[in-house]
Each structure stands twice: as structure tokens, then as C-alpha cells.
Design a protein. Structure first.
Length: 516
């Protein structure tokens, strides 16, 4: 039974939900390792006698490799088959996790983390590509909703799981189990992937060049942009910002090359995607939101552990309300995003804003030591809002992307999110540490100042969402007001389904998506 092939009628595959479950396991592992390591850093320092620089690279090496591989890996999956690419990524991630757990030195661990990050970058774009390939209409929104719940839970639950493992195994060796836990899960995911992800997901390949020059230019540009942001604290001096400027210049060269390459072959990134309002504004919104979303947990866990002397487990428990709220709302938001559209994202961002302001007020008014309880309700509200942002934005941003290019398009979207996360952590972290230094060690003040910066990123995201909602409604009004026979060129508020869907499917899907 074939699903979503180019030129074929769409027939739902009975294994699609089980295939999605396997994909989400792989995605959960990759995203969990972004946050679970944060609470393990004191244990790693003690167990391996690691320096501050080494600890920085344990975190940043993963993020750098993850962001670097997203677009090339998405392109590879589009060309060679997404099931094979997904399995290869999970296998590499599992081996790297075992290697990290066995590390006998800080350098060994850093290398294993870089390989882990590269594997995570291979896994993630295959998931969005497979969702595009296996699902249509409201089901696609529901599938992306489950992916959004996975993103929210993995990010917020990482500190809790890390704290539990370290407490169970001891401070000196407990950090190893943060990595070992991935091994049986990864092995199980590999076996289930071959059983439940349909083989035709590998059969529908694109016979195209890999665009090696584009790969090199994009990789170089991403590294030059991310490196100074990730190493902002460890790299003293202003010279690092020259790399950022060079990275922007290289990325401009990448755009010029892709335009030239597109004249005679299929480029790695279809720049025409950014002419679609749904994709361009969705990618920009994702970048801005992840700048605030990721930074919240970075400074919150530091505040609780270093400022209030919470244990790793206590700090992890404090993030549970956000995870619960995000999981619940993402599972509900996925099925209705096809009816409510980008307005749902604006509502979610409003809830995130209310929740973060509530956290700010709680930290200011409640005596130190009780912040974990005082921030529970506002974090729950922020989590509910976040669940209405991440998955719906991904659904609507990719709504008009042809299935054949879904992997690379998803990779571009996620690369923007990684860059946004790096920018957010760099900016929010700089404000956090500077406020602590200027106030003589007042962690609460540092957290509150850093939180205002994350709130600013959320406000920026909300403005972008409202612009898109306004543009959608204006486009709809223009179509309805135009005299019969008058051509209307406004961008539709209901994105057209990809051209690779069959006519009857395009009609159904076209009714499903709007405000994108």
C-alpha cells in the first residue's frame, strides 16, 4: 500500500500511527539530550575532573553538530529514503550514547557528544519528512501535534530524568546513566523502524545531485554563526563576533549559489519556499520563539541549582508543570490547528507571555527557597501555551511544501530553530550572568533580568503571528471582494496542498488548512 508518492493518489497506510510512534521515540532521544545533560554537569565535573571549557563543549558540541547536519540530512533523506536515513541516525546516536557513557576523559566525552549531536541532526528532519509523507489533512495536524508534545516534554522533562538517574546511581558515576539510558531505547527503535515504517518511504527517492558546494557553504555558514553564540561565555574578547559576521557573509554566498544552481539542477534548499508567506513567517516565528523557549530552562535550572542550591532532582521536578501543560495542549492543538490556523499560535503565545510574567512576579514576591512551588502554576500556563505554538507552527509552515522536498524544508526550519536557541541562550545567558556579577551574587535578580529578555523574544514571536493572521484575513477579504473574473494574486490564507497530492486529496486538504 503506497502513501504520498509523487503523482499517486494518497491512500492511508494502516501502519502510519505505529510508524509515527517509532519516529517520536527517536526524536525524543535526540531532543532529550539537549536538556538532560544540563543537570549532569556537576556530576561530570566530579567524575572526570572536567574543566569549565570541557563542560561548555559537552553542551555546545552537541548543539553545534545537531544544527550543522539538519539541512544536509534532510536533503539526504529526500534523495535516498527517509526510513534508511532515520535508522542510520538512530544507530549512530545509540553507539555515540554508549561511547559517552564509557568516557574515561573529558576529551573522549566531548567527541562522543559531537557524534551524538550529528546523529540527532540526521534523525530530526526525517521525522518531519515522514509525517508529511504518511499523513494528510487533519491527521497531519494531529501527527505534528504529537511531535510538538514530544518536543515540549523532552525539553522540560530532561532535567527531571537526569536528576533521577544521578540520584539513583550516585554523583560520581551517575552522569554515565544519562547516556546509557539511550542504548536500549535506541536498539528497540531500530528494530521497530524496520517493522513499522513502510518500505515505500525508501522507494520514493529523488534522482538528483547532492549539491556538494551548497552543502559546504551552508555548513561553513552555520558553524561560523553558531560557534561564537554557543561559546559566548567561554570565549573572552570581542574577536568571536568577527566569525558571526563572516558566517552571515558565507550564508549570503550560499543563497547566491543556490539561485545559480537552481537554473540547471535541483538545489539543496528551494529558496522559492520563502516566497510563500506560510513558510517564511513560520520559519521566522520559530527562530524567535526558540530563542526564548530554550533559554527559559537554561537560566531556570542554573538559578535553582546554583542560586537556591536545589539538587538536580529538585530542579528537574520544578520543570514538570511546564512539561505537563505542553504535552496536554499539544495533543489537543494538533487536531484543531487545521480549523483555527495561525490564530491558535497567537493564542498560545499569549498564554506563554502570561505564564512568564507570572513566573517573574512569583520570583520577585515569594521568599527564596520556595520558588519551585510558586512558579508551578505560571509554568503550567506557559507550558499550555507552548504546546499550542511549536507543533501548530510546524504544521502550518510545512503545509504547502511538496512531500518530495519535505525533509530538506523541515531541516531548514529546524536549523532556524537551532540558531534561535543559540542566540537566545547567548543573549539571555549574558544578561543573567552580568546581572549576578553586578549585584554581588543575586541569582534571583539575574534570573528576573534574563526572564525579561525571554519575554521580549516571545513578544516578538507574537507580533509575527499577528502579522500573519492579519495578512491571511486581508488576503481572504481581497478574494471575496474582487469582481468575478478579476485575477487575484494575494497569498491565500488556506495554503494550497502540495502539488504531489492527487486531485481528490488536494481538494480535501485544501479545505483543511487555513490561516497558514
Amino acid at each position: 500500500m503506497r502513501t504520498g508518492g509523487e503523482g499517486d493518489g494518497y491512500t492511508p497506510d494502516p501502519r502510519r500511527w505505529r510508524a509515527l510512534s517509532v519516529c517520536l521515540v527517536g526524536g525524543f532521544m535526540a531532543l532529550l539530550d539537549v536538556s538532560i545533560v544540563n543537570v549532569a554537569l556537576p556530576s561530570i565535573r566530579e567524575g572526570l575532573d572536567a574543566s569549565d571549557s570541557a563542560l561548555q563543549w559537552v553542551v555546545s558540541g552537541y548543539a553545534l553538530a545537531f544544527g550543522l547536519l539538519l539541512v544536509p540530512a534532510g536533503r539526504f533523506g529526500d534523495m535516498k529514503g527517509r526510513r534508511n536515513a532515520f535508522v542510520a541516525g538512530v544507530a549512530l546516536f545509540t553507539l555515540a550514547s554508549a561511547g559517552a557513557g564509557l568516557a574515561q576523559s573529558a576529551l573522549w566525552l566531548v567527541i562522543a557528544r559531537i557524534v551524538q549531536g550529528a546523529a540527532g541532526g540526521i534523525i530530526n528532519p526525517q521525522i518531519s519528512g515522514l509525517i508529511q509523507q504518511l499523513f494528510r489533512g487533519a491527521e497531519r495536524g494531529r501527527a505534528f501535534g504529537m511531535l510538538g508534545a514530544t518536543v515540549g516534554i523532552s525539553t522540560a522533562i530532561g532535567p527531571l530524568l537526569g536528576g533521577l538517574l544521578i540520584q539513583a546511581a550516585g554523583t560520581t558515576e551517575g552522569w554515565r546513566w544519562v547516556f546509557y539510558v539511550n542504548v536500549p531505547v535506541g536498539a528497540l527503535a531500530i528494530g521497530l523502524a524496520y517493522r513499522f515504517i513502510p518500505k515505500f518511504c525508501d522507494d520514493q527517492r529523488r534522482k538528483e545531485s547532492f549539491d556538494p558546494v551548497g552543502v559546504v557553504l551552508l555548513a561553513t555558514g552555520v558553524v561560523l554563526v553558531l560557534l561564537p553564540l554557543i561559546q559566548e561565555e567561554a570565549w573572552v574578547g570581542q574577536s568571536k563576533w568577527l566569525l558571526l559576521a563572516a558566517g552571515v557573509a558565507v550564508l549570503a554566498g550560499f543563497v547566491a549559489w543556490e539561485r545559480r544552481y537552481a537554473r540547471h539542477a535541483h538545489p539543496m534548499v528551494d529558496l522559492n519556499l520563502f516566497r510563500r508567506r506560510s513558510y517564511a513567517l513560520g520559519a521566522l516565528l520559530g527562530l524567535a520563539y526558540f530563542a526564548g523557549f530554550t533559554a527559559i530552562f537554561f537560566i531556570y535550572t542554573l538559578y535553582l541549582q546554583q542560586g537556591l542550591h536545589y539538587t538536580a532532582l529538585q530542579a528537574g521536578l520544578a520543570t514538570v508543570p511546564f512539561a505537563l501543560g505542553s504535552a496536554a495542549s499539544a495533543s489537543l492543538g494538533g487536531p484543531i490547528v487545521t480549523r483555527v490556523g495561525r490564530t491558535l499560535i497567537a493564542i498560545g503565545l499569549g498564554l506563554v507571555l502570561i505564564g512568564l510574567v507570572g513566573v517573574e512576579i512569583a520570583v520577585e514576591l515569594v521568599p527564596g527557597g520556595h520558588d519551585g512551588w510558586a512558579t508551578a502554576l505560571p509554568l503550567l500556563i506557559a507550558g499550555i501555551g507552548s504546546g499550542l505554538v511549536i507543533a501548530p507552527n510546524q504544521t502550518l509552515t510545512l503545509a504547502e511544501v511538496p512531500v518530495a522536498g519535505a525533509g530538506s524544508a523541515g531541516g531548514v526550519l529546524q536549523t532556524g530553530q537551532r540558531i534561535g536557541a543559540a542566540v537566545g541562550i547567548a543573549v539571555v545567558g549574558a544578561v543573567f550572568f552580568a546581572s549576578i556579577a553586578d549585584s554581588g551574587g543575586d541569582f534571583a535578580l539575574g534570573f528576573r533580568h534574563g526572564l525579561w529578555v525571554t519575554i521580549a523574544f516571545v513578544v516578538l514571536s507574537l507580533v509575527i503571528a499577528l502579522i500573519d493572521v492579519y495578512a491571511s484575513r486581508r488576503a481572504a477579504t481581497g478574494r471575496h471582494a474582487a469582481p468575478q473574473g478579476t485575477p487575484v494574486t494575494a497569498v491565500p490564507d488556506r495554503p494550497s496542498p502540495p502539488a504531489d497530492q492527487a486531485p481528490h486529496t488536494r481538494a480535501v486538504t485544501g479545505q483543511a488548512f487555513y490561516d497558514a
